[in-house]
Design a protein around this ligand. Structure first.
Ligand SMILES: Nc1nc2c(c(=O)[nH]1)N[C@H]1C(S)=C(S)[C@@H](COP(=O)(O)OP(=O)(O)OC[C@H]3O[C@@H](n4cnc5c(=O)[nH]c(N)nc54)[C@H](O)[C@@H]3O)O[C@H]1N2
Ligand SMILES: Nc1nc2c(c(=O)[nH]1)N[C@H]1C(S)=C(S)[C@@H](COP(=O)(O)OP(=O)(O)OC[C@H]3O[C@@H](n4cnc5c(=O)[nH]c(N)nc54)[C@H](O)[C@@H]3O)O[C@H]1N2
Ligand SMILES: [Mo]
Length: 879
């Protein structure tokens, strides 16, 4: 990214542009990246350290953290302390956290949100290659002839990768793209074949592929013989379990013809990349699924070659950096392990560590269980929001509420996790500090500071180092700046390495501050042998196992842990939406990004919706023994019957019951500890309310204030340009509408208050005008089909509300006013109605034509799949 800043009367304006020279994206940014500049203000930021709600200075905060940790360690031992960190840490932050706890506090109780993300992919690679090495490079996507995308909604979650594949496919139509996902996602837009697999069946499918490859002479026997072991057992297992193709198709619930077409493509296409993500990883057998995929690549020698390889794509900006420093509880550091005593000794000597941890620590789910059981007395949570993102999230919340020492280090004041913290530490965030990140294909980049954060906020590494110094280790944590830490990290990667470990960036062992400032992106390893880095791994067919051979693993596919039952007949799948990032702490601040999907929702197949009387746009309750989620019903046949999908993003800051993870079972893969976030079981019913409504207000309303205005049974808050919108619903008609409306709109004596009520019909409308300007509106109606918010929203920018508009507000509608409708293209704010109108009036039939006429889809391109769908549905309607 490149950033330009300008100081204006409004403050610092930040413009974010792609860096055309960056090898990962060549200057292309998704809408979340290009909007990041809009979120660099200090609104909602944590501004000072706090202890039990009181603001304190840094010295007090650091002393308090250090003394509490020291005391707990003395009384209960080091295992009573835990860190829970994040793949959004910069490498330097991650390195210091890992060093402090594993080398000095003396426990490996540090885990990261990457446990929920790519822990299974890591173990899969390690089982196969002896090391956690991503063999591919993004460039391989340019050369592949078959790209199989498994369990990844690339179009929404990796839009730049998706655009790259789409562009290659356009230029080179012989590239075939196959998507394997139970849902028909936006990614299927470029798919030649979509296999809407029965959830959880991926290992069976790839076992089936291995058997098919063997049967159809597609194996590379020489490669198998020279560079692998375990092939016979893996194949025998696959053959014995899968039966014939018909049986396989039935098992995976796939049309035989489509299955056969994909198998056939895979058999005859040497240049094959398999791209996989959370649909594979987030599973109780995620490791087996990745090995089932890797087996097929090893057996065909389709690895370490241009355009070929098993490619696990990471999600967070620095998920890979976390793997490098060993930030997971079952890693040591610099791709070394506790399983190897020589590694423990090596790291101990390098760090001169007084209290070296000797074994793996607790993985995320076990860690929060240990907090609940009181075994962990202090937990320090940094750069992640587990009260939202962990499975069984209500239990995680309760565990933290019951723990005396919950230290939360975040850049924002109000998150669901800061709400349960008793010591809060303000961190700097993106753009305010320097540090390294590594992406999916091992490309290391340095992010640079371009703006000042809040006065008292500090870099994450600084906070950790200050606490470490206070705890008695001043020399080991005497860092002056990020480059000091990066240099040490590079030195450790090369320390007594001699080619034995894949991760080696020893070329940077003496990097100067200037070189760090001028750093050019490079793919590791970067050492004496590869001074310019290395594009592709395993080109020589030598792996990091003791005998240098890769291992095929015999896989016995297993069904997901949670099985549908009479009480919980639906499979509950969760994941990402296009314009939100995780727990929305940044993206929900941007009106542009809230425009595409603005409330928590649940997708239901039309047949199920009909059976259960679920109405599109109405509310539904999803529930099981763990918790309850409430969202709007989306009815779509992109979903398989019997299965539901909900976004993972909503929090208690933005909705009353929008945390999907309260219904996610805390069931994990036995090898990786990764939870099965894609497959819980639930029931769903209409969420019965007697009225629906919305509030538009120029006031800043926090979740706490919204909850106070009236006992609402449902609310969701949406950031708009000139106002905040809150969608509301209730079971009982408000006791005193006027008092309630005045309170929620914060009406003042000197303001006009307009209102209309028809209690019998269930309509209530009120508006507050300040000097003739609209500053607040409340609408209540018996049905969820309320008037257009964009019409009312536009009135907020008028300097005077004229008589016609006053009447229209009270009448609840305006004739002759255009409503642009739901936003489709977030980059240019183009609504569905604008698109439909332009299509009709100008007879537009292609995405290109829409782009020319309206600019829609011409920036980041992530709405192109939806534009295609709109075009297709209109064309069918017309014909
Ligand atoms: N817009 C946006 N982009 C993001 C993020 C974000 O928050 N927002 N987060 C980033 C992060 S950290 C990550 S890890 C990545 C994740 O990126 P993805 O993995 O692409 O995203 P998800 O939506 O979690 O899940 C992908 C798909 O897995 C499918 N799936 C569910 N069960 C199964 C199954 O049994 N088999 C198969 N084959 N598929 C299944 C789901 O239907 C879903 O479409 O996204 C990154 N990019
Ligand atoms: N049901 C379900 N659950 C899931 C998933 C799913 O698909 N389904 N996906 C899982 C995956 S793959 C992931 S990666 C996780 C993500 O889940 P989380 O990591 O919990 O989500 P984020 O919103 O990224 O949390 C980052 C936090 O750090 C803060 N922050 C931002 N920048 C900084 C900084 O520089 N320093 C500090 N100290 N704090 C900062 C933010 O305000 C925010 O509170 O969710 C997981 N949970
Ligand atoms: Mo992730």
């Amino acid at each position: 990214m490149q950033v330009s800043t300008k100081t204006t009367l409004k403050g610092l304006e930040v413009k974010v542009l792609g860096d055309k020279l960056h090898p990962a994206n060549f200057g292309k940014l998704c809408v979340k990246g290009s909007s990041a500049g809009e979120t660099t203000g200090f609104e909602g930021r944590m501004l000072a350290p706090q202890i039990n709600g009181e603001t304190v200075d840094w010295q007090t905060a650091i002393s308090e953290v250090a003394s509490r940790l020291t005391q707990i360690i003395q009384e209960y031992g080091p295992d009573a302390v835990a860190f829970y960190v994040s793949g959004q840490f910069l490498t330097e932050d991650y390195y210091v956290a890992n060093k402090l706890i594993k080398g000095f506090i003396g426990t490996a109780n540090i885990d990261t949100n990457s446990r929920l993300c790519m822990a299974s992919a890591v173990v899969g690679y390690k089982r196969a290659f002896g090391s956690d090495t991503v063999p591919c490079s993004y460039e391989d996507l340019d050369h592949a002839d078959l790209i199989t995308i498994v369990g990844s909604n690339t179009a929404w979650a990796h839009p730049i990768v998706y655009q790259r594949i789409a562009a290659v496919k356009k230029a080179r139509p012989n590239l075939k793209v196959v998507v394997i996902d139970p849902r028909r996602t936006a990614t299927c837009d470029i798919a030649d074949i979509h296999l809407a697999i029965k959830p959880g069946m991926d290992a069976a499918l790839f076992n089936g592929l291995l058997a098919y490859l063997a049967q159809n002479d597609a194996l590379d026997s020489e490669y198998i013989q020279q560079h692998t072991e375990g092939f016979e057992a893996a194949l025998a297992q696959a053959q014995s379990l899968q039966g014939d193709l018909e049986a396989l198709a039935k098992q995976c619930d796939l049309p035989l013809k489509d299955l056969q077409a994909w198998l056939n493509l895979a058999a005859k296409t040497p240049k094959m990349v398999t791209l996989y993500s959370q649909g594979v990883n987030q599973s109780t057998t995620g490791v087996d699924k990745s090995n089932a995929i890797i087996n097929c690549h090893l057996a065909t020698g389709r690895i370490g070659k241009e355009g070929a390889g098993p490619f696990s794509i990471t999600g967070q900006p620095n998920a890979m950096g976390g793997r490098e420093v060993g930030g997971l509880a079952n890693q040591l550091a610099a791709h070394m392990d506790f399983a190897n005593p020589a590694h423990i000794d090596l790291v101990r000597r390098f760090w001169q560590a007084p209290n070296m941890a000797q074994q793996n620590g607790l993985k995320a789910v076990d860690m929060f269980n240990a907090v609940a059981e009181g075994k962990i007395k202090a937990i320090w949570i940094m750069n992640t929001n587990p009260v939202v993102s962990m499975p069984n999230a209500d239990a995680v919340k309760a565990a933290l509420q019951a723990c005396d020492t919950v230290i939360v280090q975040d850049c924002n004041q109000h998150t669901d996790t800061t709400a349960v913290g008793n010591i809060l530490l303000p961190a700097l965030t993106w753009g305010e500090t320097d540090g390294a990140v590594t992406n999916s294909d091992r490309t290391l980049s340095i992010q640079r500071q371009f703006t000042q954060g809040p006065e008292l906020a500090r870099p994450d590494w600084w906070i950790l180092a200050e606490v470490a110094k206070k705890m008695g280790w001043p020399e080991a944590f005497d860092y002056r700046s990020a480059v000091d830490i990066f240099r040490e990290h590079a030195q450790l990667s090369g320390f007594e390495n001699n080619g034995s470990r894949d991760f080696d960036i020893s070329a940077f062992s003496q990097i100067t501050a200037q070189e760090y400032a001028d750093f050019k992106p490079v793919q590791w390893p970067v050492n004496a042998q590869h001074p310019k880095g290395k594009k592709r791994m395993f080109e020589d067919g030598l792996f990091f196992t003791p005998n240098r051979k890769a291992k095929l693993i015999a896989i016995t596919p297993q069904a997901p842990f949670s099985k549908p039952s009479a009480e919980a007949p639906f499979i509950f799948n969760t994941g990402r939406i296009r314009d939100q990032w995780h727990t929305m702490t940044r993206t929900a601040k941007t009106p542009k990004l809230m425009a595409h999907i603005d409330e928590p929702y649940v997708t239901v197949h039309p047949l199920d919706a009909e059976k259960l009387a679920l109405k599109a746009g109405a509310l539904a309750k999803v529930f099981n023994t763990y918790g309850e989620y409430v969202g709007r019903v989306e009815i779509s046949d992109s979903q398989r019957p019997g299965e539901l999908f909900a976004p993972m993003h909503w929090t208690a800051q933005y909705a009353s019951q929008g945390r999907a993870d309260v219904c996610v079972a805390p069931r994990v893969d036995a090898l990786s500890g990764q939870p099965e976030s894609k497959h819980s079981v639930v029931n769903i019913v209409p969420f019965e309310v007697s009225w629906h409504g919305f509030i538009l207000t120029t006031q800043q309303l926090s979740a706490v204030q919204i909850n106070q205005t009236e006992a609402l049974d449902y609310w969701a808050k949406i950031t708009g340009k000139a106002f905040t919108r809150i969608e509301i619903a209730g079971k009982n008609w408000p006791k005193n509408n006027q008092a309630w409306a005045k309170l929620s709109l914060n009406w003042q004596e000197n303001q006009d208050f307009l209102e209309y009520e028809d209690a019998r019909a269930g309509h209530y409308r009120a508006a507050v005008l300040s000097d003739g300007r609209l500053v607040g509106v409340v609408f209540i109606a018996p049905s969820h089909q309320l008037p257009s918010r964009s019409w009312l929203g536009d009135l907020f920018s008028a300097t005077q509300i004229n008589d016609f508009n006053r009447r229209s507000i009270l009448a609840g509608s305006a004739s002759g006013v255009k409503d642009v409708g739901k936003t489709i293209c977030a980059c240019y704010g183009v609504g569905i109605n604008t698109i439909l109108e332009a299509m009709q009036q100008q007879n537009l039939t292609t995405v290109e034509a829409l782009g020319k006429a309206l600019k829609a889809g011409t920036n980041c391109g992530s709405c192109v799949p939806e534009l295609t769908e709109i075009l297709a549905s209109q064309v069918t309607q017309l014909s």
